[in-house]
Design a protein around this ligand. Structure first.
Ligand code: HDD
Length: 725
């Protein structure tokens, strides 16, 4: 064990030390490394380096059961990756309700504020393979398994509140279109290719989610800084059998933040595990990520009160129409012990519900109710995946399902059927009289039809609402993302169809997207004439919804933000100290970035320990940059391409930058005049202030810098496209 692992293992709760029921259960299956090696049958292995041979230079003998066992196991180590959401990262934690929700639902885990329900949460990208990069443009999965006292409840959502399609019948088509193209398996983890946009342009119902995916929601800064949504309308049912429709929201404590697209692409190469590492490290450091669970509730009799259909998964309920009530919190406080056993083998299913939570007739949800169990059977090798430790309920479970691949449970007795009189000596019959999960008795008198409801036919009003609700820079990001994706297409007709559709969202948006694409002007009429086009406009109930934009979200704290402090021999360490202290006191994390590992010598010959180098940890790994004063240090950095690039790139990505004294030289070439007021998000500290040890002035500078970091990104910074970085 490395010292770090040892420390982590020491900290982790064991079964006996008050851990959650789920941790106690998992501990029964856990094993620690041992110095003795045995076969799977427990036989001690005498030599783990050499196979059994006929003479030292002779052929290996078939008899070598030890070699065979080892190789055979290795040969079967891999299981199929998930058909979608293959790339994921997960953590354990707990959920706690703020006050009883008994008025709306009888779900046990939503009753008692003193109860902490164990959870396992897996975040994922959708399109990429298991080994693909974290920061690609995509929706993110946000799947929560609650191990409740009434059985497992899975809330299997995304970080976008609407979906591309309205009916599960189209799901395989959607996924086939977005996955790498079947003839050459390219591109990996990217929607910027012909088949995706071919499909999207022919299916205008995708338009609303496309707007979200092309926004900064598609490239989150961190898994800890994104919202989650149950997407579909579900039902809460209380103990009197009364139903409310409900939409679920997860609101991150740290706010909702995105990367710059150029940055996201660079990170995909520099650190493909960027989000996974960020989640892991935050939890190891004790910075436990937190979300609040929000609900929008609509009484059963108000089902038709809105212009959109609650059953249509391409629609959201604007928070201005139905406020989000925060009803509890989710905290992730423990990393998994084993990626495969937990993160890979966990099996989610929207059909894992508990009494008090039920489905709506959303046709996408209805299809999902079939798909998830089905996929686990091939992915996890049989029908007994519920017995895997990570999937096992913490409450007792029992039925007469029997046998199958990899069955673990040893079911005792003669009886495997119901009703029976032989099982436990008395007549045993399940008749629904004694509770259990009761489906909401919805009144249905349907003709059997294979048709889409006309109430699903408005494909543009909410796409427009989303676009209109964005700030000016966020609108620019959406335009740039559409341009990027569509410019990658080889077939101009697909680009044209797409911008024709966009003209129904916003004329100007469509024109701006089309400008650099070598196609004609957007033609709204042409779009309207194509098969599949629906624009039966619903009444506009909300023109603009501030809740849909990301800017200014969060509580203004800089907790866990990463700040680079650039150093080289000769920088002024005195000017660094007060600023570093203030940043760290505010909860941000500093790393000293230098030309080499080891230490550099400050102007006053103090040693400054270097954590990482300009080369191995570039600016895209940080949220902000601090450049100290010190003539010789700054001169040295100006000679280093990596150091200059570091600052220019951070500027281009609209990050907070603080330059002290001569450090301003590193902004040279960006057209910034040190004498005039600095660009937004750039804090300039004149040398005399900090060099002369004026503590109050240094404090002020530090506070300005912390304020700039808290804004996350200064997207309104002008002319960043002109920066060559
Ligand atoms: Fe799905 C996985 C979320 C529609 C079929 N889906 C999967 C995961 C998430 C979602 C988060 C990963 C779970 C994990 O971490 O293991 N899926 C959604 C959302 C949808 C959605 C929010 C729409 C609102 N999905 C959807 C449809 C179907 C599927 C319409 C099929 C009819 N989804 C699957 C699947 C997966 C899956 C193929 C792959 C691996 C798995 O289930 O366990 O069955």
């Amino acid at each position: 064990m490395t010292p770090r692992n040892k420390a982590a293992a020491g900290r982790r709760p064991k079964a006996a030390d008050g851990a959650s029921p789920k941790q106690a259960q998992l501990a029964l299956y856990a094993e620690d490394a041992s110095t003795q090696l045995t076969t799977n049958q427990g036989l001690q292995i005498p030599d783990n380096h050499n196979s059994l041979k006929a003479g030292v230079r002779g052929p290996t003998l078939l008899e070598d059961f030890i070699l065979r066992e080892k190789i055979t196991h290795f040969d079967h180590e891999r299981i199929p990756e998930r058909a979608v959401h293959a790339r994921g990262s997960a953590a354990h934690g707990y959920f706690q309700v703020y006050k009883s929700m008994s008025q709306f639902t009888c779900a046990d885990f939503l009753q008692d504020p003193t109860v902490k329900t164990p959870v396992f949460v897996r975040f994922s990208t959708v399109a990429g393979s298991r080994g693909s990069a974290d920061t690609v443009r995509d929706a993110r999965g946000f799947a929560v398994k609650f191990y409740t006292r009434e059985g497992n409840y899975d809330l299997v959502g995304n970080n976008i509140p609407v979906f591309f399609i309205q009916d599960a019948m189209k799901f395989p088509d959607l996924i086939h279109a977005v996955k790498p193209e079947p003839h050459h398996e390219m591109p990996q983890a990217a929607s910027a290719h012909d088949t995706f946009w071919d499909f999207a342009s022919l299916m205008p119902e995708t338009t609303h989610m496309l707007m979200w995916a092309m926004s900064d929601r598609g490239i989150p800064r961190s898994l800890r800084m994104m919202e989650g949504f149950g997407v579909h309308t579900f039902r809460f049912v209380n103990s009197r059998g009364e139903s409310h429709f409900v939409k679920f929201h997860w609101k991150p404590k740290l706010g909702v933040h995105g990367l710059a697209w150029d940055e996201a692409q660079k990170i995909a190469g520099k650190d493909p595990d960027f989000h996974r590492r960020d989640l892991w490290e935050a939890i190891e450091a004790g910075d436990f990520p937190e979300w609040e669970l929000g609900v929008q509730m609509i009484p059963q009799d108000k089902e038709h009160a809105y212009g959109f259909d609650l059953l249509d998964p391409t629609k959201l309920i604007p928070e201005e129409l139905v406020p989000v009530q925060k009803i509890g919190k989710l905290v992730l406080d423990r990393n998994p012990d084993n990626f495969f056993a937990e993160t890979e083998q966990v099996a989610f299913h929207p059909g894992h519900v508990v009494p008090g939570i039920d489905f709506s007739n959303d046709p996408l949800l209805q299809g999902r109710l079939f798909s998830y169990t089905d996929t686990q059977i091939s992915r996890l090798g049989g029908a007994n995946f519920h017995e895997l430790p990570i999937n096992k309920a913490v409450c007792p479970f029992h039925n007469f399902q029997r046998d199958g691949m990899h069955r673990q449970t040893i079911s005792r007795g003669q009886v495997a059927y119901e009703p029976n009189t032989l099982g436990n000596g008395t007549e045993y019959r399940v008749d629904g009289a004694s509770g259990g999960f009761q489906s909401y008795p919805e009144d249905l008198s349907p003709p059997k039809v294979r048709r889409r409801s006309p109430s699903f036919d408005d494909h543009f009003t909410q796409a427009r609402l989303f676009y209109n609700s964005q700030s000016a820079p966020e609108k620019e990001h959406i335009i740039a993302a559409f341009r990027f994706e569509l410019s990658k297409l080889e077939v101009p007709a697909i680009r044209q169809r797409m911008v024709d559709n966009l003209a129904h969202v916003d004329e100007k948006l469509a024109r701006r997207v089309a400008e650099p694409l070598g196609i004609g002007a957007p033609d709204a009429k042409a779009a309207a004439g194509r098969p599949g086009f629906r624009d039966h406009r619903m009444a506009v109930e909300v023109e603009e919804s501030p809740a849909l934009r990301m800017v200014d979200s969060g509580d203004g704290s800089v907790k866990t933000r990463k700040v680079a402090i650039l150093v080289a021999d000769g920088v002024d360490s005195a000017s660094l100290k007060p600023i570093r202290e203030a940043i760290e006191a505010a909860g941000a994390q500093c790393k000293v970035v230098g030309p080499r590992l080891g230490a550099v010598a400050s102007a006053s010959k103090r040693q400054i320990e270097v954590d990482v180098t300009f080369n191995n940890t570039p600016s895209v790994m940080f949220d902000a940059v601090l450049v100290p004063a010190g003539k010789d240090g700054v001169e040295a950095m100006l000679q280093m391409g990596d150091a200059v690039h570091f600052v220019h790139e951070a500027f281009k990505h609209c990050k907070a930058i603080c330059v002290v004294g001569e450090g301003v030289q590193l902004l040279k070439g960006l057209g910034i005049d040190p004498e005039s007021s600095p660009p937004v998000g750039v804090v300039m500290a004149p040398t005399p202030v900090t060099n002369m040890g004026d503590a109050t002035a240094a404090q002020q500078i530090a506070q300005q810098f912390v304020g700039a970091i808290a804004k996350h990104r200064h997207w309104e910074r002008p002319n960043v496209d002109a920066v060559a970085a």
